[in-house]
Design a protein around this ligand. Structure first.
Ligand SMILES: *Cc1c(COP(=O)(O)O)cnc(C)c1O
Length: 456
């Protein structure tokens, strides 16, 4: 056996022996052939055997400008020559200041304060704790609950799971969670209220208001994923829904937490998804794409109103007692600055909107396949929902693993994607070329046809 081959075999062996992979049934994993990535370039990833794949999940929804973008590589190297890490507890650091100023300049107006953490879940935890503590300082001590949506996903830490709404992931932790109210998911393809989009009058908002009328005095904030519920299955909000939620927050005097961890930074064709309906939340949670997909970093932006409620004498204990070891990491902030610069220099938003056109045309075609129930998306985020019976919208049974099987076929054809149940996810790096995108969509269509026709 060659040296290279034996190295590869022992890497695979060691992966099976030592690594516990996230969201993965390890019993299956250890019996499967793992893909171990060694290198990347642009939208492509190379495994240890030298096989190249399109990175169709953008390395789990984070990559924006492709792998090994010179400008980001150089920004990180330049920062590395100064310092890799220093804390924000009791000190400042240069890149975190520069990035905060930049973020405020592009965020919806009124979001002027930046709190750093290091992943999407913590950016949500920060928002939840700030919203709760804000009301404590305001003397509204009964506001201890949150309102979230069915099918919501806000991360995997316990606070984020408490405002989650995906049975499959969250149900087992129920005894550990704090109190949340759940409003219907604006999932038009499978409307919880049994209505059709035409003429429904956004009745799901009325349901939300029904909860608010009874419980608004106990609720600190409403938390949503603006425009698209991501991990819940790429559920696209109907027009007017986001604005409607914002309106209800104002009407009942509640704070609005916009979790744009997945949809922020151009994913939907706007820098922030809230812009689609001119909504300004009280908290904006950002992570994933913030560093262009290079390094872990997150921010929670908020308003002067919230910030100033925490000001007081040292002895008043109004301090926000929360912070993480790697808060405001300089390498990550430097990557984020470089990523933002590329964003504007290269007109990423215009390019995304062009590619959105390709995606929308493809949705039309793919909807003709007999086992495609729905195909939906906005910008460069989308999903294709597979069904056993299109008339009755019967989902394929979980055990059939239809989503996974489609992805398995795609992998054989040189595309790496990851499903959400029966939903095939479209989430390439924003920099994908039109040709590469077309190739990706062709592979997905072929894979869906192969898998669904054999399942008759
Ligand atoms: C991914 C995601 C999170 C969690 O981010 P992590 O970095 O994985 O902790 C939170 N909210 C949304 C909407 C997400 O898509």
């Amino acid at each position: 056996m060659g040296i290279r081959l034996s190295r590869n075999r022992s890497l695979e062996e060691a992966d099976r022996r030592y690594i516990w992979h996230p969201f993965t049934q390890m019993k299956e994993w250890v019996e499967s052939e793992p893909v171990i990535i060694e290198e990347g370039r642009g939208v492509f990833l190379k495994d240890i055997y030298g096989r190249w794949y399109i990175d169709g999940v953008a390395s789990i929804w984070v990559n924006v400008h492709g792998h090994r973008r010179r400008e980001i590589d150089e920004a990180i190297k330049a920062q590395l020559d100064r310092i890799a890490h220093s804390t924000l507890l009791g000190l400042g650091n240069v890149p975190s200041v520069e990035l905060a100023e930049r973020l405020v300049s592009i965020a919806p107006r009124g979001l002027t304060r930046v709190f750093y953490s290091d992943n999407g879940s913590t950016s949500v935890e920060v928002a939840l704790k700030m919203a709760f503590q804000y009301w404590q300082h305001k003397g509204e001590k009964n506001r201890t609950a949150f309102l979230c949506l069915n099918n919501a996903y806000h991360g995997d830490t316990i606070g984020a799971v408490s405002v989650g709404g995906i049975e499959l992931f969250h149900e087992i932790f129920r005894p550990l969670l704090f109190r949340s109210y759940r409003a219907p998911s604006p999932y038009c393809y499978r409307c919880e209220l049994g209505l059709e989009r035409e003429g429904c009058g956004l009745a799901c908002l009325e349901e939300m208001e029904r909860i608010l009328r009874r419980h608004h005095e106990e609720i600190a904030a409403i938390i949503i994923e603006p425009m698209v519920q991501g991990a819940g299955g790429m559920i696209l909000f109907p027009e007017g829904y986001l604005r409607g939620v914002s309106g209800l927050c104002k009407k009942y005097g509640l704070l609005l937490i916009a979790d744009e961890v997945a949809v922020g930074f151009g994913r939907t064709g706007r820098i922030f998804a809230c812009e689609h309906e001119d909504v300004v939340p009280d908290f904006l949670c950002l992570s994933k794409g913030i560093t262009g997909g290079y390094l872990p970093l997150a921010v929670t932006l908020t308003t002067e109103e919230v910030y100033s409620a925490f000001l007081g004498e040292f002895s008043e204990l109004k301090t926000f007692f929360h912070g993480h070891s790697y808060t405001g990491n300089p390498l990550a902030c430097a990557a984020a600055m470089a990523s933002l610069e590329l964003f504007f220099r290269d007109n990423i938003l215009d390019a995304v909107r062009q590619k959105e056109g390709i995606l929308k045309d493809w949705f039309e075609e793919i909807r003709a396949l007999p086992h495609v129930g729905d195909a939906r998306g906005i910008g460069l985020i989308g999903g294709v929902e597979l069904v056993e019976d299109r008339q009755k919208k019967t989902p394929y049974p979980y055990e059939l693993k239809m989503g996974y099987r489609v992805c398995e076929h795609a992998r054989q054809k040189g595309l790496l994607i990851r499903p959400l149940g029966n939903v095939v996810v479209i989430m390439p790096p924003l920099c994908i070329s039109q040709r590469e995108l077309q190739r990706m969509l062709d592979i997905i269509a072929e894979s869906i046809e192969e898998v669904t026709s054999s399942e008759g």
